[in-house]
Design a protein around this ligand. Structure first.
Ligand SMILES: [Fe+2]
Ligand SMILES: [Fe+2]
Length: 172
């Protein structure tokens, strides 16, 4: 599997969770909505951070996609802020639903840009082997982050991932 397929799979999984939460809200099942939100939060954080480390950091050395990496990381930052805000509220009230709607809008926009604008550029920029190596690195990053119980509580500012330069990283 290459990194583009891996990222797409994650995007579909996250989209499904958004739909399930919306469904739970419609059914007035607040408990279920909040339970699925916890899964969504962890999946989104793992995805964004491993994607940033395995892919975005690498885009910085390529003039044609450098600006995309900065814009994408800003969006990752906004997504993390909204996730933290939603996590603080333990009730699905009007304010929670407002923040949830904005989160979904940002994620949808971000996913569309990655899949429709960045992916075609990456296909031109990187070889088949490089894209496969990035997938391997993204999986390793996820495993590494998953072992850190506090990972979702730590704030990470754009472009300063705590495990940048970690030994699990590979050159492509
Ligand atoms: Fe993504
Ligand atoms: Fe992303």
């Amino acid at each position: 599997m290459n990194v583009l397929e891996l990222i797409k799979n994650d995007h579909s999984m996250v989209d499904k969770m958004f739909q399930e939460i919306e469904e739970s809200i419609k059914n007035n099942d607040e408990e279920e909505a909040l339970a699925i939100f916890q899964d969504l939060k962890n999946s989104l954080l793992l995805h964004a951070r491993s994607e940033a480390a395995a892919v975005y950091d690498r885009l910085l050395s390529h003039e044609k996609v450098k600006s995309f990496a900065f814009e994408g990381e800003e969006e990752h930052g906004l997504i993390e802020e909204l996730l933290a805000k939603l996590d603080e509220t333990k009730a699905v009230d009007d304010s929670w639903q407002g923040a949830f709607t904005v989160l979904k809008e940002i994620v949808d926009h971000h996913v569309e840009e990655e899949e429709n604008e960045l992916f075609p550029k990456m296909k031109k920029l990187f070889s088949k082997t490089q894209l496969e190596n990035m997938a391997e690195e993204m999986v390793l990053q996820k495993e590494y982050l998953s072992t850190d119980e506090d990972f979702s509580k730590e704030e990470i500012s754009p472009m300063t991932h705590k495990n940048s330069g970690n030994q699990t990283r590979m050159r492509v």
